[in-house]
Write a protein that binds this ligand. Structure first.
Ligand code: RIB
Ligand code: CA
Length: 314
């Protein structure tokens, strides 16, 4: 059993991740925290509670976090996720209530309250995580690993070079990458590989099982909007946190571009041989940045079937 805390900006692929995390028997989903990202924070919370209902999840605490990035104005991705951020499927709002603690306090309490290691899995802009690191540094030291969906060792999606979660709040990302906590970066290099098409939604919709039906309708809602194959996206980061062997990783030095230029929000991954890198980094920086585990490949078929099976569990 692994203890996970998910930080989400639900969004369609955050929903794919939540469905999996709430239903897999080897995952102890300690809590979920919400942050502004794909859509505004209020809508992210509404969507997150709806998805926990669809997952038939137990009483999982949901914390409300940052309303906007540390420096930049919010820039939403409704063109991808729909006006409501969840494919505009029209599901009713949940009767679930959010936890009264702000997201960073909920994170602290869940980590302090766990006798076993906890993995933080941000699937969104890193604003909440940065605020948590700054507010509760002693609790942050107890985080076993951060497995984040974000960044790219190749090209961007929000811009030519920057991935959306990092681009949305580059300062927060820089704080997280310099935290010294072991990090696995599940970036666009693998994020885009987990493609889903109509054959998968048909399998899910062939049952009357609520979690499967919700997942199938979400895939179809996105296929009708985007007219091409969609990706399970954020889900892959949760699956790789659970089963690291489903990905290959390379240890790389990663810097976040926080300048206000064309590469703002890019994750600069150093591909050069170790001996060429020393001249570029200060001793302090190297101490703060032990190296990020950057996911390079994933086992696509296994990951897709893992998601399908987990949704279909009784
Ligand atoms: O770039 C993809 C990421 O941005 C995903 O987490 C998606 O949900 C959006 O948050
Ligand atoms: Ca997300």
């Amino acid at each position: 059993m692994k203890n996970f805390i998910l930080d989400v900006d639900t969004g369609v692929d955050d929903a794919f991740a939540l469905l999996f995390a709430a239903r897999h028997p080897e995952i102890n989903l300690l809590g979920v925290t919400c942050v502004d990202g794909n859509t505004n924070l209020k809508q992210v919370v509404i969507n997150t509670l709806k998805v926990l209902d669809a997952a038939e999840a137990g009483d999982i605490p949901v914390g409300v976090g940052a309303t906007r990035p540390l420096i930049d104005e919010p820039r939403y991705a409704e063109h991808v996720h729909g006006k409501d951020g969840l494919g505009d499927m029209g599901y009713p709002e949940s009767a679930r209530k959010v936890d009264p603690r702000p997201a960073v306090e909920l994170m602290r309490d869940l980590i302090e309250g766990s006798s076993d290691p906890v993995t933080l899995i941000p699937l969104a802009p890193l604003t909440n995580i940065a605020l948590f690191l700054r507010a509760f540094p002693e609790s942050a030291k107890k985080v076993e690993r951060i497995v984040l969906m974000g960044g790219s060792a190749s090209q961007g999606n929000a811009t030519a070079t920057a991935e959306f979660n990092i681009w949305h709040d580059p300062e927060a990302a820089a704080i997280v990458f310099q935290s010294g906590i072991p990090i696995t970066m599940y970036g666009l290099d693998v994020f885009n590989q987990l493609r889903m098409n109509k054959s998968f939604s048909e399998r899910l919709l062939a049952t009357s099982h609520a979690p499967s039906t919700f997942g199938g309708r979400l895939i179809d809602a996105m296929l009708s909007r985007l007219n091409y194959e969609i990706t399970l996206g954020d889900y892959g980061a949760v699956a790789v946190a659970l089963y690291p062997e489903l990905a290959t990783q390379e240890t790389m030095k990663v810097m976040v571009d926080t300048t206000f230029g064309p590469n703002r929000g890019a994750t600069i991954c150093d591909h050069r041989p170790e001996e060429f890198q020393e001249r570029n980094y200060t001793k302090t920086w190297l101490e703060q940045n032990p190296g990020v585990q950057v996911c390079k490949t994933i086992k696509v078929d296994e990951l897709r079937e893992l998601w399908m099976e987990t949704l279909s569990r009784p």
